[in-house]
Design a protein around this ligand. Sequence first.
Ligand code: OGA
Ligand code: MN
Length: 291
Amino acid sequence: MPIEILPTDSVIGAEVRGLTLAEVPRGDTLELLEDALEKHGVLVFPDQSRVTPAQQVAFSRPFGPVKLVGGEHEKIAGNPEIFVVGNTGKEPVIFAPTIAGGELEWHTDHIHLPDPARASLLLAREVPKSGGDTLFACMYSAYDALDADTRMLCDRLEVLNSVSGLNVYLEGQGYSEQAKPAPQADPPTVWPLVRAHPRSGRKALYFGNQVSIGIVGWPEDKARAFIADLTEQACRPALRYRHHWKAGDAVLWDNRRVLHAGTPYDLANERREMHRTTIRETAPIKLVPPA
Ligand code: OGA
Ligand code: MN
């Protein structure tokens, strides 16, 4: 069956038909997927329930080194590269508000680490009857839509990113101490707010509304207010794709040019289990030289 790429009605996202994650992508298929990933930002592969954890890892490797992520409670036996997101383990791993309308955690994976994720692949094993959608926002469009002055300002800013910002958020949402990622031993990472995509050269905003805790040379209050404002503009509904999960959906996203955020579900009465492989960035993340 030929591979079909069907764009969504949103500004980002496409469904990929005629492909199974049980086969390792190579050659033309890999190139087609790399192109589509950059172009659409989010690729949805339906009907992948029969794909095993080992096959998910093997599918991920051609895109880059697969990271070992998280503590023991976030893993499944025999497949340390799989990071389990959801509420089926001993401790929940949730990147979402606890209540409808709660503040979202817009982020790009591992921006707080020296080796961020270039892409992530999430395979839905169990999904709640309602809620637990994932939102994605297009950071090409967000950058392009800024007014010229803000764009020029953003071009020269560098952002401090730390998991402490995420932990403050999770605490505010009422998650327990155990549900929080381990505190960051390293200093915050410093990345440009605007990065050029290594495949296209296009500029994308690169930050997270909780994890980005400062801007180099700015007082903290001013930086936090700026990030909050930027989030509102950059992640507004018109620039989003909302993925409503079915069990067996796999979604691959490009952390270089989309932000994402989980949405709440009934943690006490519903089950949600998602398996993530996290693909490491190998390209430099540099300030874009002035035009
Ligand atoms: C992730 C993530 C959101 C969700 O796995 O990196 O942010 O909806 N997940 O599970
Ligand atoms: Mn994430």
